[in-house]
Design a protein around this ligand. Structure first.
Ligand code: AMP
Length: 432
């Protein structure tokens, strides 16, 4: 089915065409009619599935004409997501007269105030800064007809529940409310019960699943050799851009410092950096100024950077869900990607949890000719009551030297440092 059959407005269809989209993604096919119907909705979909357009396109089609007060409010958990989603609205709305504004903390108030004064139809905001303006009386939410809570699970994880409840209570009671979340744990169901009325439910792609377009593998290594292995990997990967995840902000800074010393161009993204530094890092990474970005989990959800060819988990994520989110930063929108996780003996339990969560065993690989120190990766005993389940191996595609059917992809653009001939297995060219 094409976008034309989805009853979207004419200017929005033109916006879609200008964005270069030809066919709706599965979440768009299902969510667009649901949103156009005016009913409430809980949609669970992984990031990277096109969920922003799944709500932005029908919302823009439902608005009739510009009005003095905002009628659409989209709540986002992070500044980066707020900026990204507002940009999407802005792009899709280019043939309409609707104005969208992003409201988030970490930057001055002056420019946002000036934008708000010009009138705005669609507000895309993080809860904290939005509440600053609401309390000051600069923003009034009573005309909000469509409320979107995006990445609700993340928003609640970040402690935004009181602000979110307050915001919901200030919006018109006659509104349409849409929840988008990668997962729908019980806490979300509780918020949904007071925020939504008879919601339709859509689930696209099981949130535990790893995108089929990502080849992922574990690289066991001694703790003392982690950085050396990372460097050796970067030296051999034929990459376009690499996103490296660290568990801590301090760790991210340290990795970045050492990579810079090894002549890599590196951006850093974590919550202790100023908003300007975060914007510069993200833009520099997107534009190719930086070949590597080292980030904490702030970047694991939703951030849309086209062409991340490799994700490297320098540290195993604490939360199994974050594994799916992190490696979902590559292999987005019809591209393929690789995701490698460095694993030390003390991570054995975390890996077991991740494998159980995603329902598959992640292949273990070794970097050829790397001077590995011996390690013992035997997992600690299974905690009582959790026995019985073994990772099924479902969805496991052959990796590396076992032949995985991926093409060399021309190698253009990647391999800035690598000598591809040194490589005997999974490191290879980027998509063709
Ligand atoms: P999202 O899940 O909203 O972050 O979208 C992930 C990526 O898919 C973004 O780069 C979108 O621009 C892209 N995308 C969304 N919908 C489509 C579509 N129908 N066709 C092609 N690309 C799309």
């Amino acid at each position: 089915m094409s976008f034309k059959n989805l009853q979207l407005s004419e200017p929005v269809l033109r916006g879609i065409q200008a964005a270069g989209y030809t066919d709706p993604t599965p979440i768009q096919l299902r969510a667009i009619p649901a949103v156009l119907s005016g009913g409430d909705l809980i949609a669970s979909a992984q990031t990277g599935t096109g969920k922003t357009a799944a709500f932005a396109l029908p919302i823009l089609s439902r608005l009739d004409k510009p009005a003095p007060r905002p009628r659409v409010l989209v709540l986002e958990p992070t500044r980066e997501l707020a900026a990204q989603v507002e940009t999407a609205f802005h792009d899709f709305a280019r043939f309409t007269n609707f104005r969208s504004v992003a409201i988030f903390g970490g930057v001055g108030y002056g420019r946002q105030r000036a934008e708000l004064r010009q009138g705005v139809d669609i507000l895309v905001a993080t809860p904290g800064r939005l509440m600053d303006y609401v309390k000051e009386g600069v923003i009034n939410l009573r005309d909000i007809q469509i409320l979107v809570l995006d990445e609700v699970d993340r928003m609640l994880d970040m402690g935004f529940l009181p602000a979110v409840k307050d915001i919901i209570g200030r919006c018109s009671r006659e509104r349409q409310t849409l929840f988008f979340s990668a997962t729908v744990p019980p806490e979300i169901a509780a918020v949904a019960s007071f925020a939504l009325r008879n919601p339709a439910r859509i689930e696209v792609g099981v949130n535990r699943s790893v995108n089929q377009s990502v080849n992922h593998a574990l690289y066991p290594v001694a703790t003392a050799q982690k950085f050396d292995l990372l460097l050796a990997m970067l030296g051999r990967i034929d990459f376009d851009s690499v996103l490296i995840f660290s568990r801590t902000k301090h760790g991210a800074d340290k990795i970045a410092r050492k990579l810079k010393a090894a002549q890599h161009s590196v951006a850093v993204l974590h919550a202790n950096r100023s908003q300007n530094q975060r914007i510069e890092a993200l833009q520099g990474f997107k534009s190719g100024k930086y070949e590597v970005m080292v980030a904490t989990d702030i970047a694991s959800r939703g951030i849309d950077v086209a062409g991340v060819s490799h994700v490297i988990n320098y540290d195993v994520p604490e939360n199994p869900e974050d594994y799916v989110h992190r490696i979902g930063r590559t292999g987005r929108a019809q591209a393929v990607g690789d995701a490698f996780t460095l694993v030390t003996p003390e991570n054995a339990g975390d890996i077991r949890d991740i494998q159980r969560f995603i329902g598959q065993k992640i292949p273990e690989l070794k970097l050829e000719d790397f001077p590995y120190q011996p390690i013992n990766m035997t997992p600690p005993p299974r905690p009582a009551g959790q026995g019985g389940h073994r990772p099924s191996g479902r969805g496991h595609r052959p990796q590396g030297g076992q032949g995985h059917g991926r093409s060399q992809g021309g190698g253009g653009g990647g391999g800035r440092r690598g000598d591809k001939n040194k490589v005997g297995y999974s490191f290879r060219g980027r998509r063709g």
